[in-house]
Design a protein around this ligand. Structure first.
Ligand SMILES: [Zn+2]
Length: 133
């Protein structure tokens, strides 16, 4: 297994209530020329966690930080007008918390970040330091 130093959170940058899945993102990313979906996990609106790229493989989600990280994406991140917004459903928040806890047990030295710490973007559209607000 590669060394995991970071868990990096993303949104799919799709509008609130639109029920996309890992399969959709896989299609979008392949169309962009990736081998397959760039994220390791996708959290659906109902809190279901879908597996994307296998953990052993480096992801394609955060420029310069893919080699030693796990990428998690929740579906949403834009309001009805297409503006950045924390659209996470209660089920997504719960699932995200659980998934991060599971990953931190597996990779105890990893730290948790939002994509926007590494890029000039709004992603994941919430403050990772205070995820419950
Ligand atoms: Zn992102």
């Amino acid at each position: 297994m590669r060394k995991i130093a970071k868990i990096i959170l993303h949104c799919s940058a799709t509008r609130e209530g639109q029920a996309f899945t890992a399969k959709d993102i896989d299609r979008w990313h392949r169309r962009q020329g990736f081998q397959m979906i760039g994220y390791h996990y996708v959290i659906l609106l109902d809190g279901t966690v879908e597996i994307g790229r296998p953990e052993e493989k480096p992801g394609a989600h955060t420029y310069g930080h893919n080699a030693n990280s796990i990428g998690i994406c929740y579906i949403g991140g834009l309001d009805q007008d297409g503006k950045p917004c924390d659209t996470r459903t209660p089920q997504q928040r719960q699932a995200m918390k659980q998934l991060i806890a599971d990953l931190l047990r597996k990779f105890p030295n990893a730290t948790v970040h939002g994509h926007r710490e590494f890029a000039n973007k709004d992603c994941p559209c919430f403050d990772v330091a205070s995820p419950d607000e």
